[in-house]
Design a protein around this ligand. Sequence first.
Ligand code: CA
Length: 227
Amino acid sequence: MKVLVVEDEPRLAEALVQLLRDGGWEADTAADGPAGLALARAGGYGAAVLDVMLPGLDGFGVCRALREEGNPLPILMLTARSGVPDKVEGLDCGADDYMTKPFAPEELLARLRALTRRQGQGEPPAPQGLAFADLRLDPSARSLHREGKSVQLSPKEFELLRLLMGRAGAVCPKGEILDRLWGGAEDNNLEAYISFLRKKFFYLGSRASIATLRKVGYRLDDPDRPA
Ligand code: CA
């Protein structure tokens, strides 16, 4: 499988290519946003590692352009910036995962494996119309519905909510979520995704909520059906 690396620092790009080779992947590189976008559009990649600060068009712009065209390429955003607004923008523009530099090489490989696994075969099809409380999840459109209202979910938000809904109100352990969504890598983005989902519940006016059980996991709550 081939990975697209879009990174304008030559030494880092080279290190990424070497790392990917060690991990058993082939890699192509692009040194600016427009070149990266052109290669991604041409296709043939199992995933992309996308830097945020790029000449021509930044990583957010590349990602957004691909998603607007309906391109499902799994994207791991990589950046030196670690501010929460950047993280939120990265995820909102359709990236599947986000890592800040400096990163641990093994973690990057683990996350790429998780991304490409989800994209590929192996993943069992989601049961149609998963529902909880007044919410209904549409796996084909990756959207969340309540009465006449609906909202689009990012790939990660969808996987996370599907896991939680699959528990039908029981606790979903944090370790299992990290295993399933991030290939076992410890990840502090999980709390951010939970908060994105909470905002979407709020937007839909749902009565459902997500409870955080410190050091244990997360649970969907329905006030009309106390646990
Ligand atoms: Ca850069």
